[in-house]
Design a protein around this ligand. Structure first.
Ligand code: F6R
Length: 364
């Protein structure tokens, strides 16, 4: 039921503070540490590599998690899209962990990759939303996202719930590997516990996003750029926009712009720059200036500190409150989803059932 919303996509975007909170509550213990379920018998201390495999939006969740596993657990991560992973000659190390991320739990390529990893002696953990799915049944360990049924074909709340779980796993791994002190863990968990509030703040940007969406709705192309975890978010922002508006959109690592895509910039091309004030902020700002110099139209998605520093640039700004970098991707995803949604709603496309797309991709 859509309730007060015109589309399931809108309803599902708005549900995120609640469902992400529920998903996290499974793993946050009273003492302010992460407790993985008893069945998660992975000895992160002996694992020397994690493989993460998924498709589409779920793949982008995995790509964000790669940054987390490296930073918080010093654990090497190999990540690939399922339709490539299963055909590669992956040199699996025995007894390593392979994580499969899927909303439906039925995506054919992800499922085949899961079986492939199993036959190569990998410990298989799946992060799935549909708990009765084939993937859930085929895994050694299942960590369910509690997003509830996702009806809109474009994935929104499943994505942020996936991020919540992957961050919990990375923190637990960091503790087991002696990378995070109890103090570090507690401070990360405090940030995790605030995520629903940060997401609620992000939803308050909706009227402003709607205004900006009028401009996007008239565009033929759009570019999304970011560095660090904002790079996978750029990919996700572009995917969301193209799925529901059919506007040609591309996501790029901001530093890669000058290696080709900057040729696309001309007067009026919307460029969505994802740059909260973090370690890469200044670098991304210089990429943004390169775009401005060539006439590109910037929408800057940032936080209050970033907005203050970019005040003189004259671009449109969407500013979230200052958010700890570890959890920022979950909040930053929301305005990107809203931008895609409102652009599509303005254009009058079939938001919940975009042309040519299926909710569950069971063909290879
Ligand atoms: C994007 C989208 C798709 C899915 C992909 C994987 O909005 O919905 O890209 O993310 O088909 O699906 P799951 O997660 O069900 O394996």
């Amino acid at each position: 039921h859509k309730g007060e919303h015109r589309h399931f996509m809108a309803k599902e975007i708005h549900e995120q503070p609640k469902v992400v909170g529920q998903t996290l509550a499974q793993y946050i213990a009273r003492d302010g540490t992460i407790r993985l379920p008893a069945g998660v018998d992975v000895d992160f201390g002996t694992v020397d590599r994690v493989s993460i495999v998924a498709c589409g939006t779920s793949f982008y969740a995995g790509l964000i998690a790669k940054y987390w596993f490296e930073r918080y657990a010093r654990l090497p991560v190999e990540i690939d899209i399922a339709s490539e992973f299963r055909y590669r000659d992956v040199p699996f190390g025995a007894g390593n962990l392979a994580i499969f991320v899927s909303q439906s739990g039925e995506t054919a390529d992800t499922l085949a990759s899961l079986e492939f990893a199993k036959t190569h002696g990998q410990h298989v953990l799946s992060v799935v939303n549909v708990q009765t799915s084939t993937m859930a049944r085929s895994s050694d360990i299942v960590m369910p996202t509690l997003a509830g049924p996702e009806i809109g074909v474009a994935s929104t709340k499943a994505f942020t719930c996936q991020l919540a779980i992957l961050l919990c796993i990375a923190i637990a791994a960091g503790r087991s590997r002696g990378v995070l002190s109890t103090e570090d863990e507690r401070s990360l968990v405090r940030a995790l516990a605030q995520i629903p509030d940060y997401m609620a703040h992000a939803l308050e940007l909706e009227p402003k996003v709607h205004e900006l969406a009028r401009e996007i709705a008239r565009a033929r192309d759009a570019l999304f750029i970011g560095r660090g975890t904002n790079y996978p978010l750029a990919l996700e922002g572009a995917l969301k926009l193209k799925e529901v508006t059919y506007i040609h959109a591309e996501g790029y690592a901001a530093g890669e712009l000058k290696h080709g895509p900057i040729a696309l910039i001309d007067k009026g091309l919307p460029v969505i720059v994802i740059a909260p004030y973090d370690a890469t902020f200044e670098k991304t700002m210089s990429n943004m200036q390169e775009v401005i110099a060539r006439g590109g139209r910037i929408i800057l998605l940032t936080d209050e500190r970033g907005a203050a520093l970019a005040a003189s640039s004259g671009c449109s700004v969407l500013a979230l409150p200052d958010i700890p970098p570890a959890v920022a991707p979950l909040a930053l995803a929301v305005p990107l989803q809203l931008l895609a949604y409102h652009s599509a709603a303005i254009m009058g496309t079939d938001v919940d059932q975009p042309r040519n797309l299926a909710k569950s991709v069971t063909v290879e």
